[in-house]
Design a protein around this ligand. Structure first.
Ligand SMILES: Cc1cc2nc3c(=O)[nH]c(=O)nc-3n(C[C@H](O)[C@H](O)[C@H](O)COP(=O)(O)OP(=O)(O)OC[C@H]3O[C@@H](n4cnc5c(N)ncnc54)[C@H](O)[C@@H]3O)c2cc1C
Length: 443
């Protein structure tokens, strides 16, 4: 069997590349070891956001109902079953989209025999071009007794709510998991070696810390773990019991078997590629979490899949990584885009000063915009329950190198939370009339 292009890995990056190439009438095979959709669908974004939605409803519905004069009560049913159905649907859809576009799919581990051949389930497959899209896996910290613990990927696929949980790691995944299970009823302790979410601003961090306090999450920062013994995590600050112990302490790229035969350059963080996702070997591209880059998120992986496919079709496009937003799916969500070190002036507008927040009862958050000396928008930060949507506006503004004046004279829907962004822009010119003077620095 011979293909124009073989894509190794059917996750976020691989299914996009495979589908585009197949739509353009190339003979394409996508090989997937476990389940199409990869980490995002099977053990990442999809299950964690599903559970985050459930935990939001569970902890906030009553309060939001009360605000509007409603008496709402909610009880738990078998939502884990629904989560599994959604995962299966989306994984199946990932495979079907490739096939619908005209590509072939294989389930099995692909082993590279050289830069012209790959093997799957004992079958040899020839190719003109190879795209490596094998993603990343969680790495357990080196602690005695860590075998007792489960990874972040496994935590979002649990089928029961543990009575207690210890989460090791204070990054995006660790904080999301801690809040989800605390709200679902677990007694949660979050332990981290340094500060939690050390990469975000103090403004955003303080709002989240308040929220975690409200959720009764016990947080231990600057804490060293000595070892784990059965259900106990033993640290320099005491012993913490977790019926389930979760580690969310980092990931490593999945280098496929035989990678060394391709002569591509790789580091511990991934395979080196140029702006067009080309490796050192002209027959090989690499995309997604397996490449050496900073932002290992699904939407970047999907864009890289598109860039690699277009490159193979002879079209050179590039990604502006600086404008790729990131969101922490806590409550409230934190959305960040751009580079804060490029900022010469920064303003903030409270979400609570929008009419929409007053109608809906949203009680915290803000839109923050940073500009450079010329007025160009270079940084955006949103803290809000729909930061996942709002931050995209600022992502576009940064990508299109918009000046702050371009935003001021846009009209966004009224009433909507996105008016916080417009008002933040207007605040650079003292035009943010919805804010009382005393609200200058409030969130
Ligand atoms: C708990 C959690 C929550 C997350 N939440 C978000 C979020 O909300 N938003 C977001 O943008 N990102 C999120 N991410 C990150 C996101 O899941 C990844 O960035 C994304 O999945 C990367 O896509 P990928 O295609 O590069 O790799 P993957 O999704 O890892 O896919 C790679 C695929 O390759 C397969 N594979 C590996 N080796 C071989 C081989 N030799 N042969 C055949 N197949 C192989 C694997 O089985 C896998 O299916 C989250 C991650 C986790 C763990």
């Amino acid at each position: 069997m011979h293909y124009d292009v073989v894509v190794l890995g059917g996750g976020s990056a691989g299914y996009v590349a495979g589908s585009i190439l197949a739509r353009n009438n190339l003979k394409v095979a996508v090989i997937e070891k476990k389940a199409f959709g990869g980490v995002c669908v099977n053990s990442g974004c999809v299950p964690s956001i599903f559970l985050s939605d459930i935990s939001f409803l569970f902890s906030r519905l009553e309060e939001l109902g009360n605000y509007k004069g409603l008496n709402i009560s909610i009880s738990k049913d078998n939502f884990f079953k629904k989560r599994d159905e959604i995962i299966n649907y989306l994984s199946d859809a990932g495979r079907k989209l490739i096939e619908d576009a005209g590509g072939d799919t294989f389930i099995g581990e692909g082993k590279i025999n050289g830069d012209k051949e790959i093997e799957v389930n004992g079958e040899k497959i020839g190719f003109e071009k190879l795209i490596i899209a094998t993603g990343s896996s969680s790495v357990p910290p080196q602690i005695d007794g860590i075998d007792y613990a489960i990874s972040e990927d496994e935590a979002v696929n649990l089928h029961e709510i543990p009575s207690s949980m210890v989460v090791i790691g204070g990054g995006y995944a660790g904080t999301e998991i801690a809040q989800i299970f605390a709200r679902l009823g677990s007694n949660v302790t979050l332990i981290t070696r340094g500060k939690i979410l050390k990469e975000i601003t103090e403004d955003a961090r303080n709002i989240l810390l308040d929220s975690f306090d409200w959720d009764n999450i016990q947080i231990y920062e600057n804490t060293e773990i000595k070892h784990i013994k059965d259900e106990k995590v033993i640290t320099n600050k005491g012993e913490f019991k977790g019926e389930i112990i979760v580690y969310a302490t980092g990931r490593k790229p999945n280098f496929p078997y035989g990678l060394e035969l391709l002569g591509v350059k790789s580091f511990s963080n991934g395979i080196e590629v140029n702006n067009n996702m080309e490796t050192d070997n002209p027959r090989v591209h690499a995309i997604g979490d397996v490449i050496d880059k900073e932002k290992k998120v699904a939407h970047a992986a999907m864009s890289e899949g598109m860039i690699a496919a277009l490159d193979i079709l002879g079209i050179k496009e590039t990604i502006d990584y600086n404008s790729i937003p990131q969101v922490i799916y806590t409550d409230p969500q934190i959305g960040i885009v751009g580079n804060i070190s490029d900022v010469s002036k920064i303003n903030k507008f409270p979400i609570t000063a929008t009419t929409r927040a007053t109608i809906s009862g949203f009680r915290e958050g803000y839109a923050k915009i940073g500009i450079d000396n010329s007025g160009k928008i270079v940084y955006g930060e949103i803290v809000s329950n729909i930061a996942e949507e709002l931050i995209n506006i600022l992502s576009l503004a940064i990508r299109e190198k918009m000046n702050i004046k371009d935003l001021i004279f846009s009209s966004f829907i009224h009433p909507s939370l996105s008016e916080a962004i417009i008002n933040c822009a207007r605040s650079f010119y003292n035009l943010d009339v919805d804010r009382f003077k005393g609200m200058k620095n409030e969130s």
